[in-house]
Design a protein around this ligand. Structure first.
Ligand code: CAA
Length: 261
């Protein structure tokens, strides 16, 4: 891999976009490498993924403007699909993905962050959808996910004005869940990932599926999705163990790791 680094720390996988000279901008190669990296994650061992960018300045400064500058209409559409396919893979990845945003998250950078389950950022992070200033629309899901995350009014304001916002405003509008110093960001992401990884894996996966699938449905259908995934947890070893542990009043007993079965 030229631009993506993958590291597994116990049950946590860390994906780092590493193209620092171009502020980790997403060209076709980065997108292809991200796709291959997520495909190769060992889901028998890894229970939560962290996505971040290399360096202290930028998470991802967008799609690669040099590569896009000479595209035809058809090539532009294909480039949008290339990004969308990878981001959908992240959004629908069976286990949670935490985005640790360590600086600029502009255009495609904001869009890839929004395809993750949870976003936390450093205090120097900057968010925005600057595309209309470049003569294009957001093309990797920004027109869709931003409106769903922060509401259509705020999304339209950010997209039409192309104005960047800082970490505190991103926190205020609900685009990120928390803001940390640069030094604290990755440890905080790892702590959150470890907290997720220690819970019953089948249940965590089913929660992700239920939330994602349910959001696209009317409530009566959405709760049916939940019922099915709730039911699926029963008779698993983890459900039997988790409930038996609660019901066992022996306070000396130490909880064992869940087995993912
Ligand atoms: N594409 C390609 N190269 C980029 C880039 C991008 N999106 N963002 C930064 N770079 C490159 C710069 O060209 C520069 O390269 P050179 O050293 O070879 O000149 C290098 O990264 C460092 O950037 P700057 O010198 O510009 O750094 P700065 O500190 O002065 O500014 C910045 C930082 C404000 C983030 C500025 O780089 C910037 O505005 N970048 C573009 C942000 C942007 O518009 N992103 C949206 C892209 S469109 C998109 O993403 C479409 C979509 O939805 C799919």
């Amino acid at each position: 891999m030229e631009y993506v680094v993958y590291e597994q720390k116990g049950a946590v996988g860390i994906v780092t976009i590493s193209r620092e000279k171009a502020l980790n901008a997403l060209n076709s190669t980065v997108l292809e490498e991200l796709n291959a990296t997520f495909d190769a994650i060992n889901l028998d061992e890894v229970r939560c993924v962290i996505l971040t960018g290399a360096g202290q300045k930028s998470f991802v400064a967008g799609a690669d403007i040099g590569e896009m500058s000479s595209l035809t209409k058809a090539e532009g559409e294909a480039f949008g699909k290339k990004g969308n396919d990878v981001f959908l893979k992240i959004e629908n990845f069976p286990i949670p993905v935490i985005c640790a945003i360590n600086g600029f998250a502009l255009g495609g950078g904001c869009e890839i962050a929004m395809s993750c389950d949870i976003r936390i950022c450093s205090d120097n992070a900057v968010f925005g959808q600057p595309e209309v200033g470049l003569g294009i629309t957001p093309g990797f899901g920004g027109t869709q996910r931003l409106a769903r995350l922060v509401g259509p009014g705020m999304a339209k304001q950010m997209i039409y004005t192309a104005r960047n916002i800082k970490a505190d405003e991103a926190y205020r509008i609900g685009l990120v869940n928390a803001v940390y110093t640069q030094e604290e960001l990755l440890p905080a992401a790892e702590k959150m990932a470890a907290g997720i990884a220690k819970n019953a894996p089948i249940a965590v996966r089913n929660c992700k599926k239920a939330i994602n699938e349910g959001l696209a449905l009317p409530m009566d259908k959405a709760v049916e999705v939940e019922e099915k995934l709730f039911g699926d947890c029963f008779e698993t070893e983890d459900q039997k163990y988790g409930m038996a542990f609660f019901l066992d009043k022996n306070k000396e007993k130490v909880k064992e790791p869940f087995k993912n079965c």
